[in-house]
Write a protein that binds this ligand. Structure first.
Ligand code: B12
Ligand code: SF4
Ligand code: SF4
Length: 307
């Protein structure tokens, strides 16, 4: 197993994995911060973070009792972020394009299945965003990065344009854990200054009520947008401002090749959103991130953009 993960670098990079780590730590280090956050209603409309499912995040074993260890992977989408920046087109957050234009939940699951097969492991669970796991904390306690002031998990070498997903195992492996990463934000406040809706709090978390990402991705029906939405960048789905501005993403952006996402954009531009049916929208955007909001959700966002 160790050999697979250390030597077979081309296998990992073919999956856009830029780093990975191992941990046996079951309990998140930031439960106190999570509690405070919810008490202050900073989760806003994201009720799954505060209802009975909240308790499941207290430890991985409360959702997966057999849990013994985790392999935590960082799936990179810097090339999509580079394309958005160079094309000055921020309608769709970079992650929506960075995994062959697919909804990353499907794309990453396919990769984790491949890794599971290579490892020869029968019983395990995947954590890909939707499970009750504080994934940034899991990556933090694996030593993969620190909580930036924008609340993103930032890796010293790879910045923050990556998604975190894990294989949760029922056995311990003969692997070493990394030491915890220390803070490297220093006196910088660029993300706080740049956030158009003042959503970034002063304790390395954000007010989800105000975040453009909540409004454009999580709210499917008509609601008041946060003050400051849309920014000059015209977000339709998601927001990358607090990452694009972060100095820790400069080097990864320089190093990365620029992706070509013309097909994704063309499909969107070719569709007459006002006049196609919800069903037709579903057919055209099947398997992409846009399926989440559906046609009605996208129309709700577009309404606020300058004509
Ligand atoms: C709910 C959610 C959202 C919500 C709320 C965001 C939020 N900050 O919580 C909304 C819709 C706004 C959102 C937006 C985005 N999201 Co989101 N989201 C999630 C989700 C599903 C849960 C997050 C959660 O539990 N929040 C609870 C709060 C309290 O946790 P937190 O913000 O991480 O805050 C921690 C820090 O504040 C920390 N902390 C603070 N001070 C200190 C001090 C110390 C000493 C320590 C140890 C810790 C600590 O403690 C808190 C609890 O862990 C995760 C997936 C998952 N299962 O974890 C993805 C996730 C966090 N999102 C992700 C992404 C990519 C995004 C967007 C970039 C998408 C986009 N382009 O629009 C934006 C970024 C906005 C931002 N700046 O955070 C990635 C982040 C990857 C990374 N590098 O960090 C995740 C991990 C998904 C994934 N599987 O990769 N998201
Ligand atoms: S994603 Fe956008 S709106 Fe949300 S905190 Fe970052 S800059 Fe602010
Ligand atoms: S922009 Fe500055 S303060 Fe914000 S996360 Fe990046 S380094 Fe930290």
């Amino acid at each position: 197993m160790q050999d697979l993960l250390q030597i077979d670098k081309s296998f990992l990079s073919s999956m856009q994995i830029v780093d990975w780590a191992y941990t046996e730590e079951d309990i998140p280090r930031s439960l106190k911060q999570y509690d405070e956050w919810v008490k202050n209603n900073y989760h806003g409309p994201l009720k799954y973070l505060s209802d009975e499912r909240k308790e499941l995040r207290n430890s991985i074993s409360s959702f997966y009792p057999e849990f013994k260890s985790a392999l935590v992977f960082l799936f990179d989408y810097t090339s999509a972020a580079k394309a958005n920046i160079q094309n000055k087109d921020h309608s769709f957050a970079a992650y929506t394009k960075g995994f062959d234009g697919m909804d990353y939940h499907y794309w990453i699951k396919d990769k984790l299945v491949q890794i599971q097969k290579k490892l020869g492991v029968e019983n395990c669970k995947f954590s890909i965003d939707a499970q009750p796991v504080l994934e940034r904390d899991l990556a933090f306690r694996s030593g993969l990065g620190w909580f930036g002031k924008n609340s993103m998990l930032i890796n010293k070498k790879h910045g923050s344009y990556f998604l975190i997903s894990s294989i949760l195992l029922e056995q311990k492996l003969e692997l070493n854990s990394n030491i915890l990463e220390t803070d490297h934000c220093g006196n910088c406040t660029r993300c706080i200054d740049a956030c158009p809706t003042s959503a970034i709090l002063d304790n390395r978390s954000i007010d989800a009520n105000k975040c453009i990402s909540t409004f454009t991705i999580e709210m499917f029906k008509e609601v008041e947008p946060p003050k400051g939405y849309p920014s000059k960048r015209g977000e339709i789905f998601g927001c990358d401002i607090c990452q694009d501005i972060c100095p820790w993403n400069s080097k990864p952006l320089l190093r990365s090749e620029m992706g070509n996402f013309a097909n994704f954009e063309k499909t969107f531009k070719d569709v007459d959103l006002e006049n196609i049916s919800n069903r037709e929208f579903k057919r055209v955007f099947k398997g992409t991130s846009l399926e989440r909001t559906g046609r009605v959700g996208i129309l709700k966002n577009i309404k606020y953009l300058p004509k």
